[in-house]
Each structure stands twice: as C-alpha cells, then as structure tokens.
Design a protein around this ligand. Structure first.
Ligand SMILES: Nc1ncnc2c1ncn2[C@@H]1O[C@H](COP(=O)(O)OP(=O)(O)O)[C@@H](O)[C@H]1O
Ligand SMILES: [Mg+2]
Length: 265
C-alpha cells in the first residue's frame, strides 16, 4: 500500500500514513507509549490512536484518527474559546483515563542535561506533555483525540496544565505567537482552561511558579537535545527556539500575578 508522508509535526522524520494506519519510527520512550496506548484501549478511552503493533520495518503501527488537525498557516478557528475549552476537557479525560495506568518503575531517564535541579513536583500520572495544536484532532469543532505521545512522561496534573496553557492560552509574548493567537486575554483563557479541567485550588495557586521553573528547564533541555540528538531539535534551535524560551521567561514573570489572580478569583 502507498506510504503518504505526514509532515504536519515538528520532529518525527519518516512518519507516514498507510491506509487507515500511521507508521512511526520508535521514539525515545517507545515502550512507555505502547503501554499507555494499550492501557487507554483497555479502559475504552477513544481520544487517542490505537496501538496496532510493530510493522516489518520496526515502526509503530497506530490507527489513523480521522478529523481536523491545525497545520500552518493556522486555521481561522485556532483561538476559538469553545475549541480551547474542549481541548482542556479532552486532556482532563485523558489524564483521568491514564491515571489507573500508574507510574511504571524503571523508566529510562528523560534525555535532559545532567544536574538539572529537581522541581519538587511529584508525578501523579503519565501526562501527554506535548498538547500542541498539531497534536490534537478535532471533530465537529471539538477536540476529539490527542496524538503524538512521544513526550509522554510521569508528571503532576499541574504540570500537564502548564503544557496545555502554554499551547492553548497560549503563554508568551504576542510577537512570538502565531498571528491567530495574538491580542488574547490570557488570564481569562487560563481561567477557562483551568475550569474546564477542574483544576484544584492548590494547583491553581502554584501553577505560575511551576510554569516559570519548567520554562527555565525547557531552555536547558532543548539546548542539550539539540547538541545530543540533532535532527528536528537542531532545526528548532537554529530557528531560534532558545531565544523564544528566554523571551517567554520574561513574559511569564511579568504576567504571573495577573494569571494567578484570574485562576483563583
Ligand atoms: N494517528 C494519527 N491520526 C491522524 N493523524 C496523525 C496521526 N499521527 C500523526 N498524524 C498527523 O501527522 C502529523 C505529525 O504527526 P506527529 O505524530 O504529531 O509527529 P511529530 O512527532 O513530528 O510531531 C500530525 O500533526 C497529524 O496531522
Ligand atoms: Mg506532533
């Protein structure tokens, strides 16, 4: 059968669609992704591709999820509030569905620079952790499925929320955002996301401090991955992702109070 390259994402090379399946070269946490997808199937969570096995070329075979995925340029609906709320509801459903999977022992350590300080943010579940517009499939104007579990890892719900807000509020200076995401009321959107997810009060209170700590780590991790893995990481770094993260740090620090106020008001 014909192999059609899927080029919407940022990182994975060699990703193709074959009929109603997707084939992807194994990621760095292949076994975890496989086990998570099988768990989601066992609890009948429909908002993720099914893991169908490994093909003769050693690639993960997943079900192709029909629907609409935001590419570039961004579609006109990218900042639509109801869509954003539906993403937060889908992430809540995913987090609840994956919670029973637990946190497997003996996971290979994430590829991070040695000596990164600990965030004192104990994991609660295996979060998706890459909830970009490219990784959400919509149907009938609502978020239907998460795809691309390559960055899934044990995290707290608050950390999953930071990732969700990062991409969908989104967090950062207008100049660094897609045109469709500029000029938005971010404190309001963060509140809507937190409410749709039903985030706890203690998590709301500590969210921005965590966001700032994570953003700082992201800079070091991206740089390290660029140096050690190259490929798509190298491409993103040379496109200026490091400087963008630095600018986001300033933005987060100057908007933290307003967002926290909106979250807990
Ligand atoms: N299982 C799937 N069902 C539907 N579309 C998919 C699936 N997997 C990937 N795609 C499409 O391919 C694009 C890139 O895939 P993704 O898994 O996100 O790769 P990357 O790691 O490069 O981000 C997605 O944005 C989406 O449009
Ligand atoms: Mg992707």
């Amino acid at each position: 059968m014909k192999e059609i390259p899927l080029t919407g994402g940022d990182v994975t090379e060699g990703l193709v669609r074959v009929g109603d399946t997707v084939r992807r070269p194994p990621g760095e946490r292949d076994e975890l992704v496989r086990a998570v997808l099988l768990h989601l199937e066992s609890v009948r969570f429909d908002g993720a591709p099914r893991f169908l096995g490994v093909d003769s070329a050693g690639r993960q075979t997943l079900s192709y999820v029909e629907g609409e995925v935001a590419g570039r340029p961004r579609p006109g609906w990218i900042a639509d509030e109801d869509r954003m709320i539906s993403v937060a509801q889908l992430v809540r459903a995913y987090d609840d569905a994956v919670e029973g999977f637990g946190i497997p022992a003996g996971l290979p350590a994430p590829i991070e620079p040695p000596g990164l300080p600990d965030l004192a943010d104990p994991p609660e579940l295996v979060g998706h952790q890459d909830i970009t517009p490219e990784n959400v499939v919509f149907r009938d104007g609502r978020a239907y499925a998460l795809i691309d579990f390559d960055l899934a890892r044990p995290v707290s719900r608050a950390r999953e929320m930071v990732n969700l807000m990062l991409w969908w509020a989104p967090l950062g200076d207008d100049a660094d955002l897609d045109p469709g995401f500029r000029g938005l009321d971010r404190p309001r959107r963060c509140r809507l996301i937190a409410d749709a997810y039903d985030l706890s009060l203690p998590d709301r209170q500590r969210l921005m401090e965590l966001a700032i700590g994570l953003n700082e780590r992201a800079w070091h991790t991206m740089k390290y991955r660029t140096e050690t893995l190259g490929g798509g990481w190298q491409r993103m770094w040379s496109e200026g992702v490091g400087e963008k993260i630095t600018r986001r740090q300033d933005w987060l620090e100057s908007h933290a109070d307003a967002i926290t106020t909106a979250l807990i008001a």
